[in-house]
Design a protein around this ligand. Structure first.
Ligand code: BES
Ligand code: ZN
Ligand code: ZN
Length: 499
């Protein structure tokens, strides 16, 4: 789809999208179109329950007096409550509706709309971003692609005051969408196609953007002493990998300490010898979602040449039951030297992360570490499928993340860490065990990770088990992999850490 921004006259072909506030209060263009159609828009509104509520769309087909195919009235609700993400959602909904109907062109008219400090040109780029995000479809393995025959929505134009600044803003958002799509694609890939080796190979794509990529193989992993991570992949015929991605965009050069993002990349989680039940096990292809998000984030940041140094570090392994798999009761010595009694082989994500967290801190001395993982089913019990759980030793960074999440509508909610949870991991036979019991499962998982955070390094753990995959369509994403976390962290970086 081709996106463009114009500040001159309104298109006389294709669909026109004009805005209406709550109480059926028409924008100036809606008013003008109503006049030139002999009141067709008002009549349409009156013969429907459309009141201009935020998110509602009303279609007036082939209105007389206009050569356009249709006019879409887009409800914006109350101006005082309107958010920039509502504008993105509007773009996504318009795209989805019109693409399904075989429309070829659409023009959205912003009419000088302002939301907070965002002018209509910024909003123009965001309505386009919303539409763009909605275009992603996982159809790699469909041999007859519907879209090959059907006509496609070809052009998405937005009328706004300053077309040049809208285009400039959109160019950065396009890079963010490249990252989101990369994550969605990786997370959607089936586990017979995407396993540690093929996953790691995908990082090579980032080299073209100036990212330095290092892949550690199983020999290097064991030579380094990453035995906790290695143990997770022992039962698999696929070699485990660690992928390190470095982007140095800070004006101060490579000397500046990086931000570190660490991802859990379990390409399939059967549970291992502590085998999961069969029903729903196929979902465990998205157990590499944390790593998938780190890959997408690196693509977004490098793509838009973010002025910051960042390292992305991911532990990739497949958790299988087999004769050479780790057993419940095994004791492993992690990279940090701390020993772990593995009482449940299904609590494997924390083992993978422990070693990558230690290695990343030691090698890169990052100014902060944020890890992402589809870590616990318990986070879904606590927070459901719309909000991710965060855990942190640092109030400021948690607040920054919460604000970024609210801004991009990838929300996070902080849960506590405390000694009373940490001690549930104490163990007779080793330094710690890898499960804390039934209670507070997401928190004990986070406490486990915190045992691998050294010298108070500012750290946040994001449990994305509930949000990495959606069984329902959303305005800016079809059901399936959401790409949750890419926009959140891109925004977190942009707002707080770029020079
Ligand atoms: N990958 C799962 C967590 C998960 C569950 C992700 C549902 C996405 C959706 C993780 O490795 C796991 O199995 N966790 C166990 C931990 C338990 C054994 C302490 C869980 O949540 O049951
Ligand atoms: Zn598991
Ligand atoms: Zn897992």
């Amino acid at each position: 789809m081709n996106f463009s921004f114009v500040s001159d006259e309104i298109s006389t072909s294709g669909a026109l999208v004009v805005t209406v506030f709550e109480g059926s209060e028409f924008s100036s263009t809606a008013e003008r179109l109503d006049k030139s159609t002999g009141g067709a828009l008002r009549r349409g509104v009156e013969s429907n329950r459309f009141k201009g509520k935020s998110g509602d769309l009303l279609e007036i087909l082939a209105p007389s007096g206009l050569s356009n195919t249709r006019v879409i009235l887009a409800g914006l609700g109350k101006l005082s409550e309107l958010k920039i993400t509502d504008i993105e959602n509007l773009g996504g909904k318009v795209y989805k509706d019109l693409a399904a109907k075989g429309e070829k062109e659409v023009s959205v008219i912003m009419d000088g709309l302002k939301v907070g400090s965002s002018d209509d040109s910024t909003l123009a780029s965001h309505v386009s971003f919303g539409a763009l995000l909605r275009t992603y479809k996982f159809d790699t393995y469909k041999t007859a692609k519907k879209s090959d025959n059907a006509s496609k929505l070809e052009s998405f134009t937005v009328n706004c005051t300053d077309a040049v600044s809208a285009k400039a803003c959109f160019e950065d958002l396009e890079k963010v969408s490249d990252g989101v799509f990369f994550t969605r694609q990786l997370v959607s890939e089936p586990p017979n196609r995407l396993y540690p080796e093929t996953f790691a190979a995908q990082a090579k794509e980032l080299e073209a953007l100036g990212v330095k990529v290092t892949v550690l193989n199983e020999k290097e992993i064991t030579d380094l002493g990453m035995n906790a991570l290695y143990a997770v992949g022992m039962g698999s015929d696929k070699e485990s990998k660690v992928v390190i991605m470095e982007w140095n965009g800070a004006p101060g050069g490579a000397e500046e300490k990086p931000l570190a993002f660490v991802g859990k990349g379990v390409t399939f989680d059967t549970g291992g010898i502590s085998l999961k039940p069969a029903a729903g096990m196929e979902d465990m292809k998205f157990d590499m979602g944390g790593a998938g998000t780190v890959f997408g984030l690196m693509k977004a940041l490098a793509g838009r040449k973010a002025k910051v140094n960042v390292v992305g570090a991911c532990g990739l392994a497949e958790n299988m039951p087999a004769g050479n798999a780790q057993r419940p009761g095994d004791i492993v010595t992690s990279y940090s030297g701390k020993t772990i009694e593995v009482l449940n082989t299904d609590a494997e994500g924390r083992l993978v992360l422990a070693d990558v967290l230690s290695y990343t801190q030691e090698k890169f001395k990052p100014r902060l570490v944020i890890d992402l993982a589809t870590l616990t089913g318990a986070i879904i019990v606590a927070l459901g499928n719309d909000i991710a759980g965060i855990f942190s030793n640092n109030d400021k960074i948690s607040d920054q993340l919460t604000a970024a999440g609210n801004a991009v509508d990838e929300r996070v909610w902080r849960l506590p860490l405390a000694d009373c949870y940490d001690k549930l991991l104490d163990c007779d036979a080793a330094d710690m065990k890898n499960i804390g019991g039934r209670a507070a499962g997401s928190i004990t998982a986070a406490q486990f990770l915190q045992r691998f955070i050294e010298n108070g390094t500012p750290w946040v753990h994001i449990d994305i088990a509930g949000v990495a995959w959606s069984t329902k369509d959303k305005p800016t994403a079809a059901k399936g992999a959401t790409g949750f976390g890419v926009r959140l962290l891109d925004r977190f970086v942009a707002d707080n850490y770029e020079a």
